[in-house]
Structures are given as structure tokens and as C-alpha cells.
Ligand binder design. Structure first.
Ligand code: NAI
Ligand code: MG
Length: 363
């Protein structure tokens, strides 16, 4: 089998870190382990500079046709003044929308070698390995009405609306339960059923789905505020956490910070499975942005980008053994003490973006 990988390096450090992920993909192909056919496109400011839009229709069509899309990062001060509809982020938003990517997977992994980089005590986070599954296309970020009304007496009223339908909760629930089966078989579902109707329905739908199709998976329900507290107090109790768009946005950023460095965290965004082929549209990207402050200097950490390739192998191609090898290579390199500047600590020896990519490949 040959997998079509569409890569979008984007802006800032994007091209530097993508080059390292591509190095590994190319090696997997030349070693006969995974056949990749790689095409490159433009997104974000890089696309705006050439096409005047944050992603061209032609590149959008190539993204639709690919087996997986790998994106590095978009944005930067150079494009601060461009019109809102064609700002760099618009490219990412169009990809998410047109590919209907409703499930955002954000792992928070604490590598033992980096446990002291976190602001939390080593025993609280060492060996942490949890996955937040965030609903990405519904909820209060998209619900209507969404407006600011002038009340005429010097007062205004802002309205956002949280809307969730049964099918939206069910399909994100399925993603979480299926992931849990491949991990430690535990799901924590999170909402605010005590104060929100959408929380009541969320809880009901997840409970029913669990009883019907996933009774073998351990399920807990947590109020979102309480879960936030638990994440910081005792994060290792969690395996998979499933939650809505708003709570998922906040909780996944909190979880990210448990682990120390932004440069370490990959993510996946998945669409629905094709009923015939079982394949699904998917986009893989680091959690971090384009880091304009260090762009072009060979300082960027490529691990989140390489980890994103690993997630593509796992979630788009079911090549768990190859994904495991990438994860082990990352741990191995860290265990040897190799560090890019962002994870080195003051005064410690550091290596460049390309040296880190080479070290992971060698490992
Ligand atoms: P950022 O994530 O780009 O950078 C935050 C800090 O982390 C910076 O000090 C940066 O140098 C460092 N950092 C980030 N990734 C790193 C890596 N791989 N290796 C070493 N250090 C790393 O977030 P910031 O500064 O808020 O945004 C910069 C630009 O990125 C903005 O234009 C923003 O809109 C865009 N952005 C894009 C995202 C995306 O493409 N998904 C996500 C977040 C921000
Ligand atoms: Mg966020």
C-alpha cells in the first residue's frame, strides 16, 4: 500500500520542523516499512503571499484527496495587517471545516527524562499519558444566535449559544471509547450537567452509548470544573477524557502545560469514517504555533511535528507498531540527554532542529 501524505509546512518554524518529519517519512519509505507518496502545498501566510488566500482551492482539493494531511504551523507578524478572511488562521479553519474534522485528539505525555521541566512535582506527572478528545465543530463556538445587540441605553448584550445534537455527542463518544479500548480502557466524560442543558444531554447520550456499545470500557462522569482541578492535582488517574468544544479547548491547554514544553505536543483532528472504506479524513499538527521569535535559526524543536507523523501512522493507517517505534525513538533520544534549546534548561548543551531530527532517525 502507498499512502498519500499531503504536507503543509506553512509559516515561521513550519518549514524547518516539517523537513525533519519528512526525513523520517522518506526513510520509512526507502527502508520498505511504509510507502508514502508525499505532495507539498501552501497554507497560511505562505499561501497568501503566492495566491492571496490562506489556502488555494487546488491545495484544498489535494487535501481532500490525501490519505492524511500533515500541517506544521501558520501565522506571524508579517501578516498582521492582511484582511480577516485571508489571514493565515483562515487556512487552518477551512481545512477543519471542509474536511469536517469533528474530533480533536490531544495527548499529554510526560517523558520521564523531562519530568523536572514541569512546574508540578515529578511524582505527580512522571509517566503521565492521557488523551483529551475534544469536540471540534459544534458547541458554543458555532451555535446561533451569536451576536452583540445594542440595547440603546448605553448597554450592549452579547449572546453566544451552546447547541449539541445527539448525533454530535454520539460520534465524539465513539471516538473516545474506541481509543480507550486501545489504551487503558478508561473514559472520563466531562460537562456541566448541573447548570447546562447541553451538559444534561451530553451525559445522557454518553451513558446510553456506553451501555449499548462499550460496556467493557470503564466510564466516569466529571463536572468540567472538578475535572480541571483533578487534572492538576492527580492527572495520572486519567486515560481518555472526552468533552465539548469549549471545555476541551481549556482542559487541553491545561493538560499541555502539565508536561513541560509546547514543542513536544502533537495533535490529530479526525472526520467521520467513510461507511464503505472505513477511511477517514484527518489532519495532524503540532499544538504549538509558528514561533516567529525563533524562525529560521535552527532552534525549533521538531518533536511535536514528528509525533504528529506518528499519530498519522497510528490513527489514519493503523500502523501502531511503526508509530510505537517513533515514540520509542523520541523517548530514547531524550533519555540520552539530547535537547533542543526549549527543553534544555539554562546553561545546558543544546542541539539544532536538524540534529534532533537526525538523532531520532538514528534511534
Ligand atoms: P507559539 O506556539 O508559536 O510560540 C509560543 C512560544 O513557544 C514561543 O516562545 C516559541 O518560540 C515557543 N515554541 C513554540 N513551538 C516551539 C518549538 N517547536 N520549538 C521551540 N520553541 C517553540 O505561539 P505564539 O507565539 O502565541 O504565536 C505565534 C504565531 O503562531 C502567531 O501568529 C499565532 O497566531 C500562530 N499560531 C498558530 C497555530 C497553528 O498554526 N495551529 C497555533 C498557535 C499559534
Ligand atoms: Mg486553546
Amino acid at each position: 500500500t502507498t499512502y498519500k501524505l499531503f504536507v503543509l509546512p506553512g509559516d515561521g518554524i513550519g518549514p524547518e520542523i516539517m523537513a525533519e518529519a519528512e526525513k523520517i517519512a522518506a526513510w520509512l519509505t526507502s527502508a520498505g516499512i511504509v510507502g508514502f507518496e508525499i505532495e507539498q502545498g501552501l497554507v497560511g501566510g505562505a499561501a497568501y503571499d503566492v495566491h492571496g488566500t490562506a489556502i488555494s482551492d487546488a491545495d484544498m482539493a489535494r487535501a481532500e484527496a490525501a490519505d492524511a494531511v500533515l500541517l506544521a504551523a501558520v501565522g506571524g507578524p508579517k501578516w498582521d495587517g492582511v484582511p480577516y478572511e485571508v489571514r493565515p488562521e483562515a487556512g487552518l479553519l477551512r481545512l477543519r471545516k471542509d474536511l469536517a474534522l469533528f474530533a480533536n485528539l490531544r495527548p499529554a505525555i510526560c517523558y520521564p527524562a523531562l519530568a523536572d521541566a514541569s512546574s508540578l512535582k515529578r511524582e505527580i506527572i512522571e509517566g503521565l499519558d492521557l488523551m483529551i478528545v475534544r469536540e471540534l465543530t459544534g458547541g458554543v463556538y458555532f451555535g446561533e444566535p451569536k451576536q452583540i445587540i445594542d440595547l440603546g441605553n448605553g448597554q450592549k448584550r452579547a449572546i453566544d449559544t451552546q447547541v449539541y445534537d445527539t448525533y454530535e455527542i454520539e460520534r465524539i463518544g465513539r471516538v473516545a471509547f474506541e481509543l480507550a479500548r486501545k489504551r487503558r480502557n478508561k473514559v472520563a466524560s466531562s460537562e456541566k450537567r448541573n447548570v447546562m442543558k447541553s451538559g444534561v444531554l451530553w451525559n445522557e447520550v454518553i451513558t446510553a452509548l456506553h451501555a449499548r456499545d462499550y460496556p467493557d470500557v470503564q466510564l466516569e462522569h466529571h463536572l468540567a470544573d472538578s475535572l480541571g482541578m483533578q487534572l492538576v492535582r492527580r492527572p495520572k488517574q486519567f486515560d481518555v477524557i472526552v468533552t465539548d468544544n469549549l471545555f476541551g479547548d481549556m482542559l487541553s491547554d491545561v493538560a499541555a502545560m502539565l508536561t513541560g514544553s509546547l514543542g513536544m505536543l502533537p495533535s490529530a483532528s479526525l472526520g467521520e469514517r467513510n461507511a464503505k472504506t472505513g477511511a477517514r479524513k484527518a489532519l495532524y499538527e503540532p499544538v504549538h504555533g509558528s514561533a516567529p521569535d525563533i524562525a529560521g535559526k535552527g532552534l525549533a524543536n521538531p518533536i511535536a511535528m514528528i509525533g504528529s507523523l506518528g499519530m498519522a501512522l497510528r490513527y489514519s493507517f493503523d500502523l501502531n507498531d511503526v508509530a510505537d517505534r517513533i515514540d520509542r525513538a523520541i523517548s530514547g533520544v531524550l533519555d540520552k540527554g539530547l535537547r533542543t534549546a526549549d527543553i534544555a534548561g539554562a546553561g545546558k548543551e543544546t542541539i539544532s532542529t536538524a540534529q534532533m531530527g537526525d538523532a531520532i532517525l538514528a534511534e
